[in-house]
Design a protein around this ligand. Structure first.
Ligand code: GLC
Length: 640
């Protein structure tokens, strides 16, 4: 670091925090320079850009409240904090969970009952009026949606959570802003400060060339990636880049001013107590002609630069990648490149989620074992977030290669899954719906709550006790894998009470056209009141989720930092996985995805040490090296 910069930092931050900042700079400067150079160097010098960016980080470090600086210290001493088996997430919409942010602290006890240490509040920054893609069309990153409260309320929620050892996660939408955002309006008006913040083309030539290879995200109501805007290009009109909905305008990251502006917003939010940022739609940041428009090398470089800069000012903060891409493309978002390049510390394990649903539909686990088994290991300092269900549709990321290894055709299998989960398949237990069915390609995705997709909703409608039992077992089985596969498990609001599809969105014109709202239910606090009654549906499911959490916290092998290996226990209906942790005994999980009893060959586990049951769905005993695993049953085993 230049002596002048060291002197500036020390005078701005004082000796202790200033020394820490300078040390962090020394640690990250080569990653940072390399990343900026790769995107913005073009053979030139990135020194000025680097100085500017570090200046923004320094200003944020100066403004950082004392309490958060203490958190920074704790996290720097304990950089693996998010890998502990105690880490467990809960995901909800503020409004649907507790109406206003100010009411959230009253519900922290409820979250604590489930063992929550990480709360993801779904989009809550000021969205555009009217349709806003569930809050993913942000018009001001520094204001909270006035229907939910104020930035002060948000900071208070973060503080209240922190007092109970819970970290707050919110979304940061990096790829686009709402068209009403100040930057977008400034760009449209020709304000030089926002020149090149977005992209528009005067005619269809370039848009057509891009559209030819870029799949539409929302083919039914927003085909293509461009929207005609009369006011664009100085009033001449132009096709504005809009990968998602027409009112979500893609930021132009080829302009370094965009990166700096976004850095400012992230750091400002971090200084209000946000500890984890869910980086929304990250694969789309960089565009390249002739590609599918995702996962470009520059996107990774941009995330590496942001990671280094945010760490510089607010080292307690981590990033979670929302990259719903193929397994090969996913690991790089965790920094898994030719060498480790810090990028996002967490990433959604989309492949696990897809494989779980695929296994429940086919009642066999071979595809999951195969696909999960061939995934590259992730860097040891990062973690997955594992989940069964979230606020989005399920897209069937089953690769053609993996399907072919089972002798299946990828397209047909994906179509089967769509049919199965939208109840078009004879004998299906699921009550989901197709989302974005594309008649041109035959593709579609699935909406529906966990309880609806697991068969609980159908069983209740038909008042079928045996089917209900199987539905509950499916839900518990899903979470038994999610809680023990390795990584931070996320519980999606309502799953702990088996909430069914919510059709109330149909009467709201701003929501009606998007059936993802069917699995974004309103919290049913009356149902939650039954959680203590083990004879109720809610009590059973809630009790199981509590047990999974309590047991997980006591199994050191479930901390991050080690690989999950897929095991073959000689029954194709059983998903089996093991974890060998260098600092504790081993762990094995077994899940029978079929309705019938399966047999596990315990000899196959002999290399994993002296395993004992720590939690299971049913009483089970082994005879002669064979374990009978009941239909839809699971078992966790660990070395003592
Ligand atoms: C992410 C969100 C999704 C949203 C999209 C556009 O994929 O999860 O809900 O529609 O980004 O922001």
């Amino acid at each position: 670091m230049e002596p002048q910069l060291v002197a500036d930092v020390l005078s701005a931050l004082g000796r202790s925090d200033g020394t820490a900042f300078c040390t962090r700079y020394d640690v990250c400067v080569s990653d940072l320079t390399e990343a900026l150079d790769a995107v913005y160097g073009q053979g030139g010098d990135v020194t000025a850009l680097l100085e500017h960016a570090v200046g923004i980080a320094l200003t944020a470090a100066v403004e950082r409240p004392e309490e958060l600086r203490l958190l920074d210290r704790r996290r720097e001493v304990d950089p693996e904090w998010f890998q502990r088996p105690q880490m467990q997430g809960y995901v909800c919409y503020t409004e649907r969970f507790c109406d206003k942010l100010a009411n959230l602290p009253e519900h922290i006890d409820y979250l604590a009952e489930l063992g929550t240490t990480y709360l993801h509040l779904m989009p809550l920054l000021q969205p555009r009026p009217g349709e806003n893609d569930g809050g993913y069309a942000v018009m001001d990153y520094r204001t909270v949606d006035s229907r939910l409260g104020t930035m002060r309320d948000l900071a208070d929620v973060a503080t209240a959570l922190r007092a109970r050892d819970m970290s707050l996660c919110i979304d940061v939408v990096l790829n686009h802003t709402a068209m009403e955002h100040r930057w977008a309006q400034g760009w449209l008006a020709g304000d030089p400060e926002y020149a090149d913040f977005y992209t528009a083309f005067p005619d269809r030539m370039t848009p057509d060339a891009f559209d030819a290879t870029t799949p539409s995200v929302f083919p039914d109501r927003a085909p293509g990636s461009f929207t005609w805007v009369d006011e664009a290009l100085g009033g001449a009109g132009g096709w504005v880049w809009t990968t998602f909905w027409p009112y979500q305008w893609d930021l132009n990251y080829a302009n370094p001013a965009v990166l700096l502006a976004m850095l400012g917003e992230i750091l400002w939010l971090a200084n209000h107590g946000i500890e984890i940022f869910r980086i929304d739609a990250v694969p789309f940041l960089w565009k390249r002609l002739g590609t599918n428009g995702t996962n470009q090398p520059e996107t990774h470089r941009i995330m590496q630069a942001l990671n280094a800069l945010v760490r510089l000012a607010a080292p307690a903060t981590i990033f979670k990648a929302e990259a719903i891409v193929s397994p090969e493309d996913l690991v790089p978002y965790l920094g898994g490149h030719d060498r480790y390049r810090p990028e996002c510390e967490l990433a959604y394990h989309n492949q696990l989620m897809v494989m779980l649903w695929s296994s429940l539909a086919t009642k066999e686990a071979d595809l999951a074992r195969h696909a999960l088994g061939r995934m590259r290991p992730i860097p040891a300092v990062t973690s997955w977030v594992t989940y069964a269900r979230g606020h989005d549709d399920i897209g069937w990321a089953v690769s053609d290669t993996d399907a072919a290894s089972m002798g299946w055709d990828g397209f047909s299998h994906r179509r089967f899954l769509n049919d199965f989960y939208s109840s078009r398949y004879d004998g299906s237990f699921a009550r989901g719906a197709l989302f974005q069915a594309n008649p041109l390609t035959g593709d579609a995705r699935i909406s529906g709550t966990t309880a609806a997709l697991c068969g609980i909703e159908d069983a209740l409608v038909h008042d079928d006790a045996a089917a209900l039992e199987r539905g509950v077992r499916r839900l518990v089985l899903l979470y038994a894998v999610v809680y023990a596969f390795g990584g931070v498990p996320l519980l999606y609001m309502g799953d702990e009470l088996a909430l069914r599809n919510d059709r109330s969105y149909l009467v709201d014109p701003a929501l009606a056209a998007d059936n993802r709202w069917m699995h974004r239910p309103w919290m049913d606090w009356a149902a939650a009141d039954r959680r203590g009654d083990p004879s109720s549906l809610e009590g059973r499911v809630f009790g199981w989720l509590q047990r999974l959490g309590v047991t997980r916290r006591g199994v050191p092998a479930l901390r991050g930092g080690t690989r999950t290996e897929m095991l073959d226990v000689a029954d194709h209906r059983v998903l089996a996985w093991g974890r060998r942790h260098p600092r504790s005994g081993n762990f094995v999980g077994l899940a029978n995805v079929s309705d019938g009893e399966a047999t596990v060959d315990l000899d196959r586990l002999s290399g994993l040490g002296d395993l004992h049951p720590v939690l299971g769905s049913d009483p089970m005993a082994a005879t002669a090296g064979r374990l009978q695993l009941p239909g839809l049953g699971f078992l966790w085993l660990a070395e003592s």
